[in-house]
Design a protein around this ligand. Structure first.
Ligand code: SF4
Length: 366
């Protein structure tokens, strides 16, 4: 006989946790204690060591009916420059997802996954090359941020003992949904997860420190606009014409460029927020000065910033990253002719395959 899956505590908002305790005929006041252990103590179990002040009847219920959805590490790698640590985390059904801890420009950021695999099929992306397996639950998304927060806490503790002068930041402050998967394809779970991550009594991430990265799922962008969700939104553009974009991003056949740009305009008008447009720079493909001008025309009048990211090579795609000089020339056109701000993102962590999905693909022996 199969049993229903246990309740994953990371799936619940604080209010839902209170409701659950009441359903078990326990006092809702214990919700604050449990919540503190989950998100301030970053507990890894229900043991008396991990949660010493938990009343016995609450512990018994939690042990009997719930799971603490801590995700074990299957593989962990550091980039040689020390800025990036990548975790391959194992889910309860043995699927694996990637979570990355990035430390640069004075910030600590967790890059988390929203799905196992991805249905969007971007040709240059290792996750896209894997195909789609399933959505992550809210708890599986939250657990990744907790994993990074716990790693930071541990490394801050060890630094405190070894080199007091060089304490790394101990608190997780930024989360980007840029790992495996398309977050707006898993909209409800992602929003539930962000509600949990933002809870001021827990990880307390500011909405302005959460970035959703979409390949251009138009209904999701319009829903964000309608709900006025105050996140940073990053839209992966990669090409300035429909034909070129559809060749790189198959999802563009479903949501064509003109519909995408109309949705972006609606989003910016309704939220008053600029959008970050992501542009993977592929040598000889989308990195010419003519293309830069086409990008400038496409984004004319929109509150926008362009993030230029030299391609992360994958075994399933034979494009090469744009050289620095061409990236700078691209950036110069955007700035001088269109007053369009842009950044060239450094390809940190490339030696540990920090592009999304690359560690999972490598581990699976593809
Ligand atoms: S780039 Fe993002 S949206 Fe495209 S296939 Fe990869 S994970 Fe999916």
């Amino acid at each position: 006989m199969s049993h229903p899956p246990r309740l994953n505590l990371y799936d619940l908002t604080r209010e839902q946790l209170r409701t659950q305790l009441v359903r078990w005929e326990l006092s809702p006041v214990h919700a604050a204690t449990v919540w503190n252990y989950l998100y301030l103590g970053l507990a890894e179990s229900f043991s008396e060591t991990a949660m010493p002040d938990l009343p016995a009847k609450v512990r018994t219920r939690l042990l009997a009916e719930t799971t603490l959805g801590v995700l074990p590490t299957a593989l962990e790698t550091d980039s040689s420059d020390g800025f990036t640590r990548k975790y391959l985390l194992r889910l309860a059904d043995q699927e694996r997802i990637e979570t990355v801890l990035m430390r640069f420009t004075g910030r600590v950021t967790a890059c988390v996954s929203s799905q196992v695999g991805c249905a969007m099929g971007c040709v240059f992306c290792a996750t896209g090359q894997m195909g789609y397996t399933r959505h992550l639950t809210p708890g599986e998304i939250v657990a990744q941020a907790v994993h990074v927060a716990r790693a930071l806490k541990l490394s801050a503790l060890s630094a405190h003992h070894s080199a007091p002068a060089a304490h790394p930041p101990a608190r997780l402050r930024n989360v980007v949904l840029m790992g495996m998967g398309e977050p707006l394809h898993n909209y409800d779970a992602v929003m539930q997860a962000t509600d949990i991550l933002r809870d001021e009594a827990g990880l307390a991430l500011g909405a302005e420190r959460i970035t959703l990265s979409t390949v251009g799922v138009v209904p999701g962008i319009l829903r964000l606009a309608q709900e006025k969700r105050p996140f940073h939104l990053a839209v992966s553009l990669h090409a300035a014409t429909q034909a070129e974009r559809a060749a790189l991003v198959p999802a563009a056949k479903k949501w064509p460029l003109d519909e995408l740009m109309a949705a972006c305009r609606t989003y910016s008008e309704s939220t008053g927020r600029k959008i970050f447009y992501e542009w993977t720079l592929i040598e000889g493909k989308n990195d010419s000065v003519e293309t830069a001008r086409a990008v400038g025309e496409l984004l004319r009048g929109l509150p926008a910033q362009v993030n230029l990211i030299p391609l992360n090579p994958t075994s399933g795609y034979d494009g090469a990253p744009t050289h620095n000089a061409a990236a700078k020339a691209f950036q110069h056109i955007l700035a001088s002719e269109f007053k369009l701000p842009s950044t060239v993102r450094q390809r940190r962590g490339i030696d540990i395959a920090a592009g999304c999905g690359q560690l999972a693909v490598a581990e699976a022996g593809h």
